[in-house]
Each structure stands twice: as structure tokens, then as C-alpha cells.
Design a protein around this ligand. Sequence first.
Ligand SMILES: Cc1cc2nc3c(=O)[nH]c(=O)nc-3n(C[C@H](O)[C@H](O)[C@H](O)COP(=O)(O)OP(=O)(O)OC[C@H]3O[C@@H](n4cnc5c(N)ncnc54)[C@H](O)[C@@H]3O)c2cc1C
Length: 405
Amino acid sequence: MGVDWAEEPGCNKMKVLIVGAGLGGLTAAACLMKRGHEVVVLEQSPELGEVGAGIQLSANAVKVVDSLGLRDELDRAGVRPLAYEFRRFDTGEMLHRVPLNEDDTHERLHGTPYYHVHRRDLHRILADAVQGLDPGCIRLSARTVGFAETASGVSVVLEDGREFAGDVLVGADGIKSVIRRSIVGSDRPVYTGQAAWRVVVPAERLPAEVMRPVVTVWCGPRNHAVVYLLRAGTLLNFVGCHEREWEEESWTARRPWGELQQDYAGWHPEVQAIIAATERDQCFRWALNSRELRERWSTARATLLGDAIHPTLPYMAQGAVMAIEDAAVLARCLDGGEAIADALRRYERNRAPRTTRIVRESAEHGELFHITDAAEMRAAFIRKDIARSRREWLYCYEPLTVELP
Ligand SMILES: Cc1cc2nc3c(=O)[nH]c(=O)nc-3n(C[C@H](O)[C@H](O)[C@H](O)COP(=O)(O)OP(=O)(O)OC[C@H]3O[C@@H](n4cnc5c(N)ncnc54)[C@H](O)[C@@H]3O)c2cc1C
């Protein structure tokens, strides 16, 4: 079990160990290798892949994917929704609308289209890019159990006893991060009181009027549902977020179809049509967890990104987007020529205010989407003006060029 210590780092070339080959870890690997660093990605799973269904990508993430030369792939795999439509759960009343690709609004305002993509497709696109840069970069069945750091390097220990050494460690190992535990202490994920149904229905099982090329957010008492198209409109993605007692955490936990039907009884006929068309044994539901927000999440040689440090309720569709932004900003900071500890401090200093704001606002969106009284909900949507706020600070963020003081 030899330790593969990296050579002493030059000012810019480093060996970076990344724990986790999720969307965040893979994006970081590609960004770092594009900048000439050597990268090893350690992934616990025996094979590459993603569970789950749809993911929305706004310009603040698409620009990073684009910078990796993957825009054509995204165009092929993605769907371009026309708009966000927030509707009342039973009457279908439009409460608020955010134009996306309608009249190219998102691209005109923020520089790229807005995409929906199947998580598995995005994961494959990123993994292919990483393996194209270095075919041996991703090590599978590599479950990390801890790390140690000295003044001259960092080493990661795997469950099977293997060790990997490098100059910098990035914990991109998701909400249950073991790297986080070592850096910020042993806090635990906390159940938010909300759980998410995940259902994907083939288009041919659905009436045409349900297959509208928009993101519809159906908002109702203590519950909302997000519906959009995937894979050239051949699939419909349904995510239903319901307040309920403590839930099992797994993304792959199947639940009885009858519970799904019960959760949306009395909802709009379009929602009923989706539920009626859902395969009875393909209803997944999992707990949405959060973690304490932090301002600091690095040591002198190790840091965190994505859900490992700032998991969020998915109500602004920014969890993976933040992980992708983190990856680009971290790669830029590590290129600054300063000491690694200073680069990591600069990274977290620049990311913490934004990621904290997104996590907090996502939770507030949950409160807005779940208001019981229709008139109160209508007034709250007007006050919130989601279109304006997302335009003014969310989608316009530039991870590739924003100043990093
Ligand atoms: C219902 C729902 C809908 C969502 N919709 C959107 C959306 O539309 N847009 C959006 O931007 N975000 C969305 N998100 C959030 C998004 O899915 C996450 O924020 C994102 O996937 C986090 O990526 P990550 O790379 O940080 O972590 P993960 O995807 O969790 O990846 C972590 C990786 O680390 C590996 N790993 C873990 N522990 C170890 C270990 N000890 N050793 C080695 N490897 C390890 C795991 O196997 C995994 O591959 C949604 C989330 C939910 C729940």
C-alpha cells in the first residue's frame, strides 16, 4: 500500500484529489484538468452513473459546461423550456410567470439558453469529458474513509486501505460527506420536514395537453409539484414536494402508488392525468435534508464543494448549479499563484455569501409554494416577484469572470 506522493507543486501545476464523481466532482475535475492540473477522482460506486431524473440548468451553470466544450452535447441532450409557470394546485390559476427560452429571453439576458436535462445524460457528458482528458482519472470502488494533511501534502485513505496523495483535496462527496466531517466537525444532515416524490412518465402514456414545453410549478397547501419535459419531450418529469413526518432518506426508496395518488387528491386534472399514467411500481420518494450553513469550510489543503457543504431544498433548482459554479470558481482560485491555503480561503470567501443566500431563499420559496389560502398565496407571489429577483441576482452570476477578491 504505497503512498503516491505528488512532486512538490510548481506555482500552478498541482495534483488534486477529488472525492466523489457526482455532477460537482466531475465538473471540478474537468475545470482543473483544463487548467493543466493532475486530478484523481475517487468514487465509492463500482460504476459511473446517476440516479434521479431531471435537472434544470440556468445560464450561471451552462456557461461553465460551455467553457468545457460541451455545449453541443447539452443541446443534443437537453430540452429548452419556454417559461416557468407557477399555478394554483386546484384551479390552475396562473400566479406568476418567468419567461425562459420564450423569445430567447434567458439567452438575451444571461448569455445562454435554459435547459432541462436528464441527470444521467448530464453525468455521462461530464464523465466522458473527464475521461477524455485523462482516461485513468476516475477510480471506482474507491470509498474514502478519511484524510490526513501535513505542511507538504494531503493523503486520502480508502476503506480497503489504499492511500492516494496529492497537494489539494476537494470533498465533493454529497450531503453525507465524510470529508466535511473532518473539516467542519460531526454535524449531521437534518430532515427539513419535506419529502420529494420522483416520477418519470413516457410521453405516449399522457394526453397531449399535459406535455407543454414549460416548467409548471403547481402550488398548494403544504405541498407543490414541479413538472417538465426531458429527452426531446419523450419523457415527463414530476417532482412532488410534500411536508410530512420523518422519511426514509434513500433516492431509490419506492413507495406505494396509492400514497402518491392520495397526496395529490383534489389537484388539477393535469396533475391527476400524470399520476394516473405513472407506473405503479415506479414511484420514488425520499427525504429532503439540510445541513448547518457555514462560512468556513477549508483547511490549509482541503476544501468542499456542492452538497457536501451547502445542500439546499431544490425549490430554486440550484443545487447542482451551485456545485458547478463552485467547481469553476475553485479552479480559478487555485490558479491564482498564491499559497494553497490562501486560494482555498479566497474560494470559500467568495462562495459563502452566494450559496447561503440561495439555500435561504430556496427554503423561503417552499413557504411561498405551500400557502394554504388562495388570496394570500396570490398576494405573496406578487410581493416576491420571482422573475425580477432571479433576473437581478441569480441567473446573471458569472462564475468564469466574476471578480474574486
Ligand atoms: C428533488 C430534487 C430535484 C433537484 N433538482 C435540481 C435542479 O433542477 N437543478 C439543480 O441544479 N439541482 C437540483 N437538485 C440538487 C442537485 O441534485 C444536487 O445539489 C447535486 O446533485 C449535488 O451534486 P454533488 O456533486 O455536490 O453531490 P452528489 O450528486 O451527491 O455526488 C456525490 C458523489 O460522491 C460519492 N461519494 C459519497 N461519499 C463518498 C465516499 N466516502 N467516497 C467516495 N465517493 C463518495 C457519491 O457516490 C456521489 O457520486 C435537486 C435535488 C433534488 C433532491
